[in-house]
Write a protein that binds this ligand. Structure first.
Ligand SMILES: [Zn+2]
Ligand SMILES: [Zn+2]
Length: 365
């Protein structure tokens, strides 16, 4: 096993993770982590080793960095104990709009490309592209919004359905500003209906993964000597998380693990959750076929007696969405819904009036 030391952190040549995350005695390994994290390489406030250490202490399984327009610490990616650390970056256009998370690239793309050009170039180089905070709406002059505006682009693999920083900053111009600063997680409600609708529409054509991300920076506010950290990384990492399900543990070899991670992600074997509402590990949404469970991202042939099954770690209010339509609501911990026919199906789970869990789609043909 080769190791690489970085200010006390050990980057391991092989992972020690061999599937200790099996839950519910089912056949799935579950990996839970945080996506879209900034460091002091751009406008974040901590270094890679500091943030990796935080994620290790919190027991998360993966960490995806996305600094603005730089991959200068690309060489730091790898397994750190049980944490898979991946270096992507965040691209923007000349108007600082159309932010795009790019992964699996060896170098940053030339600057001054349009959104259509960089999305196509990421795809051409075999990378993975995810549209960032597409529906950001803010009216503050000091904090303008950075939405995705070019929906003619088709070269992307996924969309951030829920971005914690976007959701938080949309509220700070309100009369409840003090509350927003002192309770940065409590206001998170749900992703917007608009972006959920766009996501459903895109998935009628092809699989487009929906993820939840932190966009963590650990911002500091105020003036010296009264500068305060209002949003520590650790607080960010107890908000929106993305969970990956797989029948095989991720490989110990990092290049293979990264490849498999993005194969599963772009295949939509994913759900995302708000940890502030409750721990979501163990959530399952599936249909049964020939003794096995088929989950989000998988395609299943329709049968007249087909049901959807939902399992939750604790009670929640589950809404079944079929091809963009609300088909039913049930409350409990283990639930069944009749499948009405071919289509794309996902569930949303609410708890205490807040969005808790959002699955990707199961495709019934
Ligand atoms: Zn951004
Ligand atoms: Zn960002």
């Amino acid at each position: 096993m080769s190791t690489f030391c970085l200010k006390g952190l050990v980057k391991s040549g092989n992972s020690t993770k061999t599937g200790n995350k099996v839950l519910h005695n089912d056949e799935f390994y579950e990996y839970c982590g945080v996506i879209h994290v900034h460091t002091s390489d751009s406008d974040g406030t901590k270094t890679h080793p500091e943030i990796i250490g935080i994620v290790q202490d919190m027991g998360l399984d993966f960490l995806l960095f996305n600094d603005h327009m730089t991959l200068k610490h690309k060489h730091l990616e790898g397994w750190y104990g049980n944490v898979l650390v991946i270096m992507g970056y965040e691209i923007n256009d000349q108007d600082n709009h159309n932010h795009f998370l790019a992964y699996c690239l060896d170098e940053v793309l030339p600057e001054h490309l349009s959104s259509g050009e960089y999305a196509a170039e990421v795809a051409r180089r075999g990378g993975v592209g995810i549209i960032a905070h597409p529906d950001e709406v803010r009216t503050s002059a000091s904090l303008p919004p950075y939405p995705w505006t070019d929906w003619s682009v088709r070269d992307f693999n996924g969309i951030e359905i829920w971005n914690h920083l976007s959701a938080w900053t949309e509220g700070i111009a309100s009369s409840r500003k003090l509350w927003y600063f002192t309770h940065p997680r409590s206001f998170l409600s749900t992703p917007t209906p608009k972006i959920l609708r766009i996501w459903d529409e895109l998935n009628r054509e092809r699989p487009v993964v929906g993820i939840g991300s932190t966009d963590a920076h650990e911002h500091k506010y105020g003036k010296f000597p009264f500068k305060v950290k209002i949003f520590p990384y650790k607080v960010h990492f107890t908000t929106i998380r993305t969970h990956l399900l797989t029948r095989q543990p991720l490989p110990a070899d990092f290049p293979k693990a990264e490849k498999e991670f993005f194969r599963l992600l772009t295949n939509c074997q994913v759900y995302f959750s708000n940890y502030r509402v409750a721990q979501a590990d163990g959530f399952r949404f599936y249909v049964r076929a020939d003794q096995s469970r088929l989950i989000m991202g998988e395609t299943v042939k329709f049968r007249a007696d087909m049901n959807f099954y939902v399992e939750l770690p604790e009670n929640g209010e589950v809404r079944l969405i079929g091809s963009g339509e609300h088909l039913g609501v049930k409350t409990g911990r283990t639930l069944e819904f009749r499948c009405p026919g071919p289509g794309i199906y996902r569930v949303e789970v609410m708890k205490r009036g807040k969005g808790w869990i959002y699955s990707n789609h199961i495709r019934i043909i």
